[in-house]
Design a protein around this ligand. Structure first.
Ligand code: ZN
Ligand code: FE
Length: 266
């Protein structure tokens, strides 16, 4: 299986997973890059997985469904272009011989879902790292950051991120936006003493200077560098308290303070 981030719009990635013949795409906000990639690679589109209803994630769904006959899967409680198979937490989806678990991750939107598979089938000769666990998380978890709270509460988003953070450390995290460098600038303001964060920022700056995506991120690394997965650590809680007086012992208040700080950070 090959995993490919197709760039779209300013900073979106439309994730494609394929076995050389058949493909799935996640959150095709634009049909055109997907259409071109399928044609260029001689692939048939079997399935479209949608994480949430925003236009930059569903804008290409109707056209791709019509042109390819792909089955569409999406969150049960969001206005995804119909017809689609409605999913919610605990459901499983079988596509391309893989089994994806659906996780409810409200916060960015009220009905946002994520897709996780513990194992991706491998061809002989493929790097072992290409066979591990995989997460498609839309706009919930970003490398070094998390989605804005458009429809959910800080408590909901914290619980959603807790559920994602509990997945295996070697999970490849396929986020829908290349926000990594700006997220890491903010993360450094929250945790100036985090050496792993400094090293990761330097690494990602090199990657971007070379024109490459910083994604997929690795979940174990995110736990070391992403302030939104680290709100219970004393350094982060104290930074939140210094920012707006949040009670450093209150998980949700700390998370809310860090999220608000990020919104205002320039
Ligand atoms: Zn969104
Ligand atoms: Fe988005």
């Amino acid at each position: 299986m090959k995993l490919i981030p197709l760039p779209a719009f300013q900073d979106n990635y439309l994730w494609v997973l394929h076995d050389g013949r058949r493909a799935l795409v996640v959150d095709p906000g634009d049909a055109q890059p997907v259409r071109e990639f399928l044609a260029r690679s001689g692939l048939q589109l079997d399935a479209i997985l949608v994480t949430h209803h925003h236009a930059d994630h569903v804008g290409g769904v109707d056209a791709l469904r019509q042109e390819t006959g792909a089955a569409v899967f999406g969150p049960a409680h969001e206005p995804v272009p119909r017809p689609f198979s409605p999913l919610s937490g605990g459901d499983t989806v079988h596509v391309l011989g893989m089994r994806f678990q659906v996780i409810d991750v409200p916060g960015h939107t009220a009905g946002h879902i994520a897709y996780f598979t513990a194992q991706v089938p491998q061809d002989a000769g493929e790097p072992a790292a290409d066979g591990g666990p995989l997460l498609f998380c839309g706009d919930t978890l970003f490398s070094g950051g998390c989605g804005r709270l458009f429809e959910g509460t800080p408590a909901q988003m914290l619980a959603s991120l807790d559920a994602l953070a509990a997945l295996p450390a070697d999970t490849r995290v396929c986020c829908a936006h290349e926000y990594t460098l700006s997220n890491l600038r903010f993360a450094r303001a929250v945790e100036p003493g985090n050496q792993a964060l400094l090293a990761y920022q330097q690494h990602c700056e090199q990657v971007r200077a070379g024109g490459q995506p910083t994604l997929p991120a690795i979940l174990g690394e995110e736990r070391r560098i992403n302030p939104f997965l680290r709100t219970r650590l004393p350094a982060v809680a104290q930074a939140a308290q210094a920012y707006n007086g949040a009670d450093a012992g209150d998980d949700v208040a700390v998370f809310a303070a860090i999220r608000q700080w990020k919104n205002e950070f320039r």
